[in-house]
Write a new protein. Sequence first.
Length: 648
Amino acid sequence: MSVQIDHLLTESRRFAPTPEFAAAATAQPQLYTDAAADRLGFWADQARELLHWHKPFTKTLDWSNPPFAKWFEDGQLNVAYNCLDRHVLAGNGDRVALYWEGEPGDSRAITYSELTAEVKRAANVLTKLGVEAGDRVAIYLPMIPEAVISMLAVARIGAVHSVIFGGFSAESLRSRIDDANAALVITADGGYRKGKVSALKPAVDAALASNDSSVTNVLVVKRTGQDVEWNDRDLWWHDELASVDAEHEAQPFPAENPLFILYTSGTTGKPKGILHTSGGYLTQSAFTHKSVFDLKPETDVYWCTADVGWITGHSYVVYGPLANGATQVLFEGTPDSPHPGRWWEVIEKYKVSILYTAPTAIRTFMKLGRQIPQEFDLTSLRLLGSVGEPINPEAWMWYREVIGGNVAPVVDTWWQTETGAIMVSALPGVTVTKPGSAQVAIPGINIEILDDDGNAVGNGDGGLLVVSEPWPSMLRGIWGDPERFKETYWDKFGDKYFAGDGARLDEDGDIWLLGRVDDVMNVSGHRLSTAEIESSLVAHPLTAEAAVVGAADETTGQAVVAFVIIKASQEDVASHEDVSAILRAHVAQQIGAIARPRQIFIVNELPKTRSGKIMRRLLRDVAEGREIGDTTTLADTSVMQIITDKLK
Ligand code: PRX
């Protein structure tokens, strides 16, 4: 952290918007003035301007029972109607909603009319299969149009989706399906990744194998055509869609109707089902998508590279862009397959004008060198966004210079699964940007940096980031666990939301994010819990004890590093097997490849305090190759010496 702080104290580059950009910008300084004068009135205006309400709301916020907020409570809307039908009715049905680019190079352009038609049929299928408003539907799909169609079809009938990233294992899928008591699963036979076909349906079959599952049907999209096992509950997506009526009238639902659950890692082993509802969530995703990305829906081609399995894919692939009637690229592939210029080729092909991606990707491209993007025409790009982890000033500058041709503004956006939408970001055309800083709260959002006792820190000081007033797209709870919701976010600072991130204010009062202050790691912009990986490691018969830390990594921000003690009874096995390879594979199989540790150190002891708490700080020193810090609070101060000797 100290390296980062040094950086930000010396960072003096500033980029003011050009007068032309500022004059034409979607966001104007007036937004800040309006929000400061009447915060709730500002959000009510946004909700009315950006969305269609079947029944207008009269109340903006009910915060009488914190931390349970209600926004636009007496209003009614249909989220899918807002993302689809109303654009068609407004005469924009022929506008392309999705330029879908498949990994093997197949592609489809889908207009708003076509997308609406498919969602209507899919909604009829869900109803035919007995799914009702409030029921949960699990979605486990690759980045294909059916992922977007499924989410919108679920929303259209007032049901609740739980999208599970396709990279998660059968076990992770099962625990999420069970926690939400899902009635239906939508999946595909398989997907493409780096030129290979990978299966998806077997993971669903394994997840549902116990037979006591709440799931009555599995809808299967045919993507790869590979052989799949077939059970009584399985139905082909294309057969079902062909068998139902093409018409479907969207019914209104209350603004606080649950829209989705999305599981994310916390500080314990059990992922949290973050609950989002409809009106407030859609208002803030649409508002931020429009003003943070300077959206001009008639002319822009927008591309967010996130998978729909993450919150960025929910808010900035599905809901924000479609509510705003944007044209966007939906991409199934990876950045480097079949060649390392694949992304730039996509940008050239579709003349992408707005790109939203993660620092990890930018740092990977930096390593490969600027000659690769320079082979492509990237002049269509006029705005660049970053999300998921702190972006170091070097990566920010490279993004601006090499990808943005030194003219496209870069916006670094801070937010979380829990916040639902962007909370801290520069506004292009308004803010003078600074490499490495997320800068300022967006209009209508109140952010404070507090010390441990809850006092606001001054400029130049660091502390903990909190959101001090409720916001429209805030999480409404943790599915099935109101106590955990209160404990995790609200116990620390009363009715201010504690985000779990450290941050610092510079001399101008701009915000610099410094990473998590809890046991949550951030690997390539994805959240992983140390506890979840530790429990996976100790579930293996070889393991006696395990401790996991997030160690700094040049490309992925952090990397998972594990310290494992082998059971005495297993030491024989361990002496002639590659234990670390076995355990790495085990974690990948139990949780998913993203959780696979970069390194596993086999040790005889772990550093613990007298009360038995593992001192991860010291293990992080080892993992990052630093001198070991203060060991005086260890129960046995010689432990660190023993560990470092063993690892020499
Ligand atoms: O630590 C922060 C980091 O990612 C966490 C949220 O992760 P997740 O819920 O998976 O959502 C990621 C995409 C919104 C935060 O607590 N984070 C996210 N954006 C930034 C960031 N850290 C620094 N700068 C950012 N722009």
